[in-house]
Ligand binder design. Sequence first.
Ligand SMILES: [Zn+2]
Length: 244
Amino acid sequence: MDPELWRRRASLSPADETAYDAPMPTRATGFFLFLPVPLVLFLLTRAPLGTRASLGVSVPLMLTHRLYARPWALGRADRRCLWCGADLPPDAGSSCPELAVAEPSGRATWRACREAHAVPVRRVLAWAERRRSFLAVGIVGTLGLFLLWSAASALVGPGRGVLGLSFDDAVAFFRLGIAAAVLPLGWLAARTSSAAVGPLRSPFPLHVPALVGLRTVLWLFRLVGLLWLAQGTLQLVGRIAVLG
Ligand SMILES: [Zn+2]
């Protein structure tokens, strides 16, 4: 722990100490509110309920997530670190850096527990902002096309495919498109040497990474991106082999 935080902690009253020692409920709630994200991805790529029912469950989950996740994250934006998700010390005052960010859904002011955790947030946002179009096409474009493709597959029925392309082909396309977008974001963005100059801007809403910490989300991008790159490539190679 940062020496400065240890010093502050030593000066806390027993009541404050209890509050400071109990970050788990916030972390656990953030984790719980984040769960719909992997659940939706599981439903979309595995269709465990069948294509129609899986789409029917995952699309409302996606559309409603913002309604409860964003107010919860914004309500704790000045008390939690956007990078690591830790609660800030009760007497943090102005010693923890503020991160005012213009997001697609409006301005929000987040915090970091220390300058060393504000720096990677600024770097990731600067990297992502410079690649706004690439990320929009890679993530939103891939998701939109995949949903249309899946809905068409669901309408024609399992095993028949659309224009000769099956639901499995759509999943391969989805995994490869998302992996192509999130792998550079996960592996490169926090390592870039240039941070944002002037006001911070984000091409994506920050309430989702705020639930578990942006650092955790970048690790998910790195690991799931690699897994999906491998799975999507294997599916594609198998498909080409069948066609050949
Ligand atoms: Zn932190």
